[in-house]
Design a protein around this ligand. Sequence first.
Ligand code: NAD
Length: 692
Amino acid sequence: MCPPDFFGVYYVINPWMAGNEGRARAEQAAAQWRALRDQLDSRATAEILPPAENLPDLVFTANAGLVVGRKVILSRFRFAQRRDEEQLDRAWFVGHRYEVIELPPGIFFEGAGDALLDRATERLWMGYGFRTTLEAAEFISHELNIKVIPLRLVDERFYHLDTCFAPLSGGYFIYFPNAFDERALRAIEELIPQERRFAVSERDALDFACNCVDTGRVLILNNCSVDLERQLNAWGFEVARTPLGEFMLAGGAAKCLCLRLDEPAPKEKAHAADGFARRVVALEGHLLDTGLLARTMDRITENGGAFETLELRAGLRREDKSFARIAVSAPSQAALEPILAELIDLGGRLEETGGNPAALAPVEQEGVAPEEFYSTTIYPTDVLVGSEWIRAANQRMDGVIVVENSAEAASARVVLMRDLERGQKVVVGVEGIRIAAKTEPLSQDGEFKFMSSEISSERRVETAVETIAWEMNQIRERGGKIVLVAGPVAVHTGGIPYLCELARQGYLQAVLAGNALAVHDIERALYGTSLGVDLQRGITVQGGHRNHLKAINTIRRCGSIAEAVRSGVLKSGFMRELILHGIPFSLAGSIRDDGPLPETQMDLIKAQAEYARLARGADMILMLSSMLHSIGVGNMTPSGVKIVCVDINPAVATKLADRGSVESRAVVTDVGLFLNLLVRKIGERKSEVAAG
Ligand code: NAD
């Protein structure tokens, strides 16, 4: 222990300290510390670390290091304010003939504040996330030859493990669940039998009940509720309360004020230090201006990993790319793989580790992938088979990669899980996977937004549409393929005449939509209304709410849309143009469909296959005001296809366009206005828009 002669709150390095600078009272602190020591004196022998001026937190000796047997892993403090404590701690341990182990550079570790030995098994529980870095867990595991369970802390108020978790004698535990991330909680629940752990309330956690000194049968702590005391009594513990309010102003209580020196050394060779996994990921592109680097780092930590930036070259001009190499580590290979998969999704490239080929596992049940399957992104993907990198065919998102080895050559292709056949070999894990194309995150220039508050914004939409029209003209001239995906809003907002014009002029090579687009287009053609609203006058027509059902009924009587056109029942509208111009379309069903129309494919697996067939080979996909169908098509489209997303909701438009590639554009505007403008721009030479 270290007497609080120089204790006080003089800086803020945790939320407890905020607003409490200068508020700790020296006399009260001294009395509280004395009372704690009195409690301990009858149960333990105290060694004293001399206090030092300007080191107010030296009183919290738990943070000096982790003592196991005669070895001590010396702490390295996260915050500069506490770093001068390290030399005093070191001197004390050396003076007392401990073997002092120093951490490698770049690793933070705050001693027994974040490293707690299990009292029943040879296991070390370690907190990380705020003060201690995950790498410390790996280092200590090797150094002490002990099994370490890293637990990520997520509530800043409980910044050290000993503020929210206490392994007690006899293998009992108290802990505050909300202080941990999901994975950590799962580890706690799996490793500690239910009858030996107790989740304390937030009140108890904030009273520092978990920050207790376990002297065997007696637990010395600041305070705890009657409920918690009852539980502790039932386990055979007695509670000794000793108020430590002055120290709590700095974020510490009983356990923080003591460092236990009699922890037994683990038995030789009792445990293998294993589990930790690490991999280097490289990123290139507009990492800084688009926030991609920050997102990458967030993904790593949110998923319980840790990182070290090995190299960072910042692009200095707007058009320059940046480059980063980041070492990612996680408590286990199983924890690392989902993190790597997310980073690959963000455009990260895994650095090769001695060229390990992709791991393959056989399909044992039709339509079911082996556990740990690698799931694909929209980017071209190479697989290392033997010593050869092979590009997977049929690239799309959310598929798995099947590798086939014939006598002459190996091949790889992306397959949907449901299409897997027994015996096929599927890539598992992320080893031997390389995303070949360098991805370009969405640049500011690729994103066009309509913001009503800005005078210039209408002009920006116009510029965006001009570019899109120009690209569509280019594609049409070279005989390329433009695919339209559209929702019924395109009808309600008056877009049909313009869609018809696009169909007539050869700008559409396939149309993917739901039941509603066709129903409302046909309702408009037959009755002049859309969902019962007169499209010319904008008023509700009496009894008009039945019109869309009458429209469906009429087509059902004809047998198909094509037959309704042929027999002259359907005399205008977009669906008619598609049929007259032989433009293939697919209507995919949904749970909310009325009717449906005879062409609507209610078998969703078949509908997905039809969509995929029609979308294949597209040069551009126009996604107009349908979240459902746009996402569906986005998932089956590899990178490299120009995608234009038009939606009134900026979140939807940006999300759809955010494929990490420059080919995508988000236009935030009304779809009717967009179509009007588009057709005007396309037909500068031929500006008259014929009525649908
Ligand atoms: P959705 O919610 O997936 O997408 C609608 C999108 O349009 C939203 O993102 C919204 O922000 C956007 N939007 C709204 N007003 C806009 C405007 N003025 N300009 C631009 N964007 C605008 O819904 P969905 O695709 O319309 O429908 C989902 C499914 O339900 C489809 O399969 C559809 O066929 C079906 N549906 C069927 C019927 C029917 O059978 N009667 C009726 C409606 C929808």
